[in-house]
Ligand binder design. Sequence first.
Ligand code: ADP
Ligand code: ZN
Length: 516
Amino acid sequence: MSAATLLRDVFGFDGYRPGQQEIVEAVTTGKNTLAIMPTGGGKSLCFQLPALVRDGVTVVISPLIALMRDQVRGLKEAGVVAGALTSGNTEEETDEVWRNLENGTLKLLYMAPERLASNGAQRMLRQAGVSMIAVDEAHCVSQWGHDFRPDYLRIGDLRRDLDVPLAAFTATADEETRIEIVEKLFDGHAPTIFLQGFDRPNIHLAFAAKDGPRAQIINFANARKEQAGIVYCGTRAKTESLAKALRDARHSACHYHGGMDADDRRNVERRFQQEDGLIVCATIAFGMGIDKPDIRWVAHADLPKSIESYYQEIGRAGRDGAPAETLTLFGPDDIRYRRQQIDEGLAPPERRAADHGRLNALLGLAEALHCRRQNLLSYFGEDPAPCGNCDLCDKPADVFDGTTPVRMALSAALRTEERFGAGHLIDILLGNMTEKVAQRSHDQLPTFGVGKEYSRVQWQAIFRQIMGHDLMRPNAERHGALRMTPKARPILRDEATIDLRRDTIKSAKSGPKIKQ
Ligand code: ADP
Ligand code: ZN
């Protein structure tokens, strides 16, 4: 199976996180590598995926038994033959590992570094067809670091002995640690080093609620005449209609999607590469093979499906380092469409729940209260200062203490046992005597009619922000129902307050009537 297929089918991800693809490619092709990635950046994928593509067994050295067991469990659930040899094993678990090693089915073998002390283990690894070593938390080899683990010093021997490629991972980026890792794990022979922060400081970030979206995109393009840009659209039909609208507005524009025949697609790719100032309206099918450093802008006519896809798509702009602009539009219909895609997917419930969480993270970015780049990068584990290069740094959002309405919404969910969706909860908050309300006697609830201060569309905007703060997620096992996350508790208990954006709630009142 190809890496792209494995990424989707085994790991269940839409795309790579920043930096992952390059590392996966280097590790898969058997290069010695050292990758320095922020915590939460998705290190494990960078050795797990190559391990599945490569022949033979990958030995993973990791310092934490709990983490190893977690990863093995996750891999097994995804149908991968993986095992761990740790002091926490039951006899059956150890037997199973040996069996799978002998019959050649084992793909990943996790080992605590202490295990390397035994001669038996080294011999066993020599005979087992080990084709790669991956070292998690590689900074543990540093004698001067605070996480020093003496057994990590054995890894160098193991590599020499097995003579296979080694991929080392850490989140500790300082120079000294790096030098020590190269010395101890690679005998001083420089591996390919990946040191990536996630920031792309030259890209300006902006979001806008949909309000005449076609005109919004055309205006954005008008302000960037003769500059190459991509407009990502949620559907194939929209790529065609929007390209036509842009041509009518005297832009050079064409469309691109997976339903076109290969010649037409190649033709668009070639034109985009060669012509100045062509706009391509495209589905996400456009991008993988595009290698154009001077794309000056990327717009989303519809909300992408996750924060990872968002990052990947805007990241196509400004690869040359010169200023580039982005604009992402979002509206209630897109959000509904993305939720539905998740719910109708075939993924198991835990994965669907995680996908709803990732979509929430993107909503959180869309309705961010402060610097978008801070919000985005903190999702990837970084903690930067306000960037000065996003719409919210340009012009701060109008926020207010929204604890009261948020608490009303949460308590409406709680009192109805988290069995209903936003539509019904809003009926309760507004005091609407619908059939469903009457049937279930929800007019008897203390929350019935407490939220009349806001209109229906305003409540929808509030619910959107509640999702953006990840206080509630759609229940993956019960279609349409909203369930609270642990983050909601302190707000319900009056132990925390929460700010909301006034602008997106206010505009919901004057904006076009939204379909139910
Ligand atoms: P760390 O770098 O801290 O070891 P992990 O490998 O545990 O990070 O990954 C952190 C989180 O990111 C996990 O929840 C994982 O499922 C998620 N993740 C990793 N890669 C991707 C991806 N390409 N798309 C979406 N989520 C991802
Ligand atoms: Zn900013």
